[in-house]
Design a protein around this ligand. Structure first.
Ligand SMILES: Nc1ncnc2c1ncn2[C@@H]1O[C@H](COP(=O)(O)OP(=O)(O)OP(=O)(O)O)[C@@H](O)[C@H]1O
Ligand SMILES: [Mg+2]
Length: 234
């Protein structure tokens, strides 16, 4: 497989990477049962760029995303967030970096069922020390201005994922990390969610890495990177 560029223009020229991995490896366990989930990965994503990370099951996509999201410590190599090497940051600083600079989106939405759409977003705003009033604007931005008071059970899959995206946008993060955000959605809803993510990245100058098996995400991305056996294919 090859690395391809879906858009001809290069929105990233001259900008420092928002997120950069250099020689990153991640080994689960040790001894004969050790799993080399990520091996010697070099990867950078820039402000305004949406990068799709694709590859077969077990190729290390989620693991790499967790390392880049500072949720797992690399066994080797360096991760830089907006130029800052995270290797020697204490846990508290790392948590703060994650909370303020990154937004996470998952396949299963991870919404609190007992909270409305607005309250789910406001919980994230509260955690991040931002005014709760921002919640309405974030939900309007993802097209859910009319669903503020709905509980997750009263929302479609696509709408739930939009709430999760609004929540990820709380605190205005520079970096969005999404693990198979459309895997649970039908084709129309999946496409709408991908389009929304692409717009949020391109219009607002965010950087995004989207792990996916979904060719629609590849089509709307600036770059597609393929992984196999823990490595990025050139
Ligand atoms: N916590 C863990 N402990 C041990 N091995 C793990 C752990 N998590 C994942 N692995 C192994 O690491 C490898 C990479 O897994 P990973 O979840 O990153 O793959 P993936 O590309 O995201 O796959 P999928 O497309 O199925 O989600 C696999 O061999 C997996 O079994
Ligand atoms: Mg995975």
């Amino acid at each position: 497989m090859t690395v391809s560029t879906a858009q001809s223009q290069a929105p990233t020229c001259g900008l420092a990477p928002a997120l950069e991995a250099t020689g990153v490896s991640l080994i689960y366990g040790n001894g004969p049962t050790a799993v080399h989930a990520v091996s010697q990965v070099d990867l950078a994503v820039h402000p305004g760029e949406m990068l799709a990370l694709m590859g077969p099951s077990g190729s290390g996509k989620t693991t790499l995303l967790l390392v880049l999201g500072c949720l797992l410590q690399a066994s080797a190599g360096r991760v830089r967030v907006e130029g800052q090497d995270i290797a020697h940051l204490p846990q508290v600083a790392l948590s703060h970096l994650r909370l303020t600079r990154m937004g996470f989106i998952f396949q299963s939405y991870n919404l609190f069922p007992a909270l409305t759409a607005l309250e789910n977003v406001q919980l994230a705003l509260e955690l991040k020390g931002h005014p709760l009033q921002e919640g309405r604007g974030l939900l309007r931005q993802v097209g859910l201005g009319e669903r503020l008071g709905n509980y997750p059970r009263q929302l479609s899959g696509g709408e739930k994922q939009r709430v999760a995206i609004a929540r990820a946008l709380a605190g205005d993060p520079a970096i969005l990390l999404a693990d198979e955000p459309t895997a649970a959605l039908d084709s129309a809803n999946g496409r709408a969610v991908v389009k929304l993510l692409a717009d949020l990245v391109h219009d607002q100058g965010r950087a995004a890495i989207i792990v996916t098996h979904d060719p629609r995400i590849g089509d709307l991305s600036d770059r597609v990177v393929h992984m196999e056996d823990g490595r990025i294919l050139a």
